[in-house]
Design a protein around this ligand. Structure first.
Ligand code: 4AD
Ligand code: MG
Length: 483
């Protein structure tokens, strides 16, 4: 180990040689002063565990020690020792301590105590420095890495799809417009409409709501592809499960029918959950305990039946239940909360759109297993889904998870040009601007399928956090684009 290089705290815990001289750098979490020594808990982001720094008063000036406060950054040169304290394997006896950057206690907003998640959202620029958010950040990284590993192992190609587009992939009209037009002086056509011919791209454009349509172009040549990018939705839903900017993973596969699609999605989710359990053990244990503590403050009927780690194990141990929308409606109609009018949205009959309360009832109360719902009424699904022989339902699939509701949405795609054109006309998707998409059906069309996994919904599941604003570093929600 070169003497002027810092060692990561994580490495010291794994393979540090007791007796060797080490350099660590990081941020002070706490300082405790006793008679002749001070104990500093130092964190450098490499692990949830702080390393204990022991400073003999003989080796530090009073003035210098006073600057070692919560949030200050320091460099420590010292000797790695076996720890006396409980639960710590090693600690560092200081030879030389340098304060790199002070954090004045009267000004630094993070104190060594439990802050509410709401407060931490207001100081999201600093919340990486808490145990909770550093743990979430490491798990998030691991999940990003696992997504790419999974598809790479299967020979899928990662495709970058555009963020600026002129189409509405979901046909739901929830788009953020992208323009360089001057609002105070917009160019007008003769009919008095905004003249987008003069806009930057020469037409009306928006931020993408999904990379799927471009994904289909790639899949109908490269066979198996996936995208993993940010998507934007201007839906005004201020819930704990919706973001205006979220990340989505969208695999798209030629020659896959709905059955193959479900198999892939189930294998994918199990792979991700297992990857987290295998690779993020310490962080998950921390988050597991955190969720247990939170639960204690909740009323009995709102407490989770299973712990975070138990819920994750439950995913691995069970085949996902597969059933049709029609079967689900029957179960929901007869369910207690529906009979007793406890659902906010009562299920009257076939055709109703399912709300998160219904999805969660099926998963958490009825089956107690993850559920894949298929064959939804075409009226409540997007235009590109393959129409079943009954003419009423489409080959859609939604995967429902405990505590989350919908985590994946996908379908087999309508590959028949005439049927697709019919559907687009029915729901009013303009076909003239979608010629490029329709070419996949005109030339060498094939059966194909795909789905979208909401990355932050996955993050909710594997961290046990209750609000989607806490599993993305800088959440964008209605009336909030701070930082
Ligand atoms: O069900 P959605 O809208 O499906 C699509 O966008 C398809 N193009 C996917 C495909 O077949 N390639 O969205 C897919 C997933 C949802 O299941 C959910 O997990 C997540 O994206 N999602 C959101 N996550 C956070 N905030 C939002 N506002 C979300 N909207 C959807
Ligand atoms: Mg959906």
């Amino acid at each position: 180990m070169s003497i002027d290089k810092r060692t990561k705290v994580k490495e010291l815990f794994i393979s540090g040689v007791v007796g060797s001289e080490v350099i660590v750098k990081g941020w002070v979490r706490t300082k405790r002063v006793s008679k002749n020594v001070a104990f500093i808990a130092l964190n450098d982001g490499s692990t949830i565990n702080n390393i204990q720094i022991v400073v003999d008063f003989a080796n530090i000036s009073e003035e210098n020690l006073a600057k070692v406060t919560t949030g200050a950054s320091i460099k420590v040169v010292g000797k790695l020792m076996e720890s006396q304290g409980q639960g710590q394997s090693v600690e560092i006896a200081v030879k030389e301590l340098t304060v790199l950057g002070e954090a004045h206690p009267d000004e630094y907003p993070l104190q060594p105590k439990r802050h509410s998640l709401e407060f931490l959202r207001e100081i999201a620029h600093l919340r990486f420095r808490t145990n909770t958010f550093s743990a979430i950040s490491r798990v998030r990284h691991s999940m990003i890495f696992a997504v790419h590993s999974f598809f790479n192992e299967k020979g899928f190609l990662n495709i970058h799809t555009p963020l600026i587009t002129s189409s509405d992939a979901e046909g739901a009209g929830e788009m953020f417009q992208v323009t360089t037009l001057d609002f105070d002086n917009t160019p007008r056509t003769e009919e008095g409409k905004v003249n987008y011919a003069e806009d930057f791209f020469g037409k009306k454009t928006n931020l993408t709501v999904s990379g799927q349509l471009e994904g289909e172009l790639a899949a109908t040549a490269l066979a198996e592809i996936y995208t993993f990018g940010p998507t934007f939705r201007a839906e005004n839903s201020n819930t704990s499960r919706h973001l205006a900017e979220f990340w989505m993973i969208e695999p798209e596969m030629a020659f896959y029918d709905l059955e193959d699609n479900m198999d892939l999605a189930e294998e994918f989710l199990k792979y991700l959950v297992k990857y987290a359990l295998d690779n993020c053990k310490e962080d998950l244990e921390f988050l597991n305990n955190r969720a247990k503590e939170e639960d204690k403050n909740k009323p009995q009927n709102e407490r989770a039946e299973l712990t975070l780690l138990e819920r994750m194990q439950m995913i691995l141990d069970n085949d996902f239940v597969r059933l049709t929308y029609t079967e689900a409606i029957e179960i929901l109609k007869r369910s207690k909360p529906n009979q007793k009018k406890q659902f906010k949205y009562l299920i009257e009959g076939w055709g109703a759109d399912l709300q998160s309360e219904h999805e969660r009832y099926l998963v958490e109360k009825h089956f107690k297993k993850p559920v894949i719902l298929i064959d939804y009424p075409k009226e409540i699904k997007s235009f590109y889904m393959k129409v079943n022989e009954d003419g009423k339902t489409v080959r859609a699939m939604d995967i429902l998870f405990p505590g989350i509701g919908e985590i994946i949405g996908g379908s087999q795609r309508e590959e028949r040009l005439d049927v697709l054109l019919g559907r687009m006309a029915e729901v009013g998707v303009p076909t003239d601007e979608m010629d490029w998409f329709l070419d996949t059906r005109r030339f060498g069309t094939v059966e194909h399928s795909g789905f979208g996994l909401g990355f932050e919904r996955l993050m909710l599941f594997v961290t046990g956090m209750g609000n989607i604003r806490d599993v993305i570093p800088f959440p964008r929600t209605p009336k909030n684009a701070e930082f």
